[in-house]
Design a binder for this molecule. Sequence first.
Ligand SMILES: Nc1ncnc2c1ncn2[C@@H]1O[C@H](COP(=O)(O)OP(=O)(O)OP(=O)(O)O)[C@@H](O)[C@H]1O
Ligand SMILES: [Mg+2]
Length: 247
Amino acid sequence: MRGAEVVVEGVGKAFGRISALREVSLKVAPGEAIAITGPSGSGKSTLLALIGGLEQPDSGEVLIDGRPLWHGRDLARERRELVGFVFQSHLLLGTLSARANVEVPLIGAGMHRAQRRARALELLDRVGLDERAEHVPAQLSGGERQRVAVARALANEPRLLLADEPTGALDSATSERVLDLLFELRDRLGMTMLVVSYDSAIGARADRTVTLVDGQIRSDGTSAPADGSPPSISRASDVGTQDRTGR
Ligand SMILES: Nc1ncnc2c1ncn2[C@@H]1O[C@H](COP(=O)(O)OP(=O)(O)OP(=O)(O)O)[C@@H](O)[C@H]1O
Ligand SMILES: [Mg+2]
């Protein structure tokens, strides 16, 4: 399996008089891991929603694997098969156990019940919730629910992971564990990842960090190398030619 290629071309999105995104262009190669940062209200969640096909842009275009997202595509079906989402609000199903929540994306995939269960339990184990598998969301802490949401997003091995602060509620050790899982899937399956986060641990592991300010890309560059030398920054308009120097 190969990760999805994502191209955002001059995308604009307004909510009433609020301009959430202005002329945003971004190119993400298959298997690339991008950290997205920027102040509150800068448009990070809106950008993920547009790439995931949850919102339609007012102008510009989102292309997945070279095809425009909003032209004659069965978005609901493609989303299910292609994209794993981790939202800021976890949206777990309240009546289902952690395990059953993780199994939800696998139900449409024609997987046997025993196999689904095994996959869900393995993922919950990976995020440190093996002993919480049969608890419903109301019996879980915020960080535990967040980890169930991560496990669910990864259950069907998506070609594209869109995660909005997946480690926001987690201590650094637990957060490290979740990141290990994300990056292992990236390395093993070539999954493309866009992760909104203020967590510097994600920035350090990502291939690039994109910073949004006021609905525009302020910087888009390779993450700072471990030797402490400054990261290479390319202008937003140059993103087609990724600067891979120093890596
Ligand atoms: N559905 C909506 N209706 C109206 N305004 C919205 C809507 N969604 C987002 N906005 C506005 O668009 C701007 C960008 O919002 P967005 O949620 O993308 O920011 P963000 O960078 O994710 O912020 P945070 O770090 O706080 O999550 C904000 O000014 C926000 O108030
Ligand atoms: Mg947000």
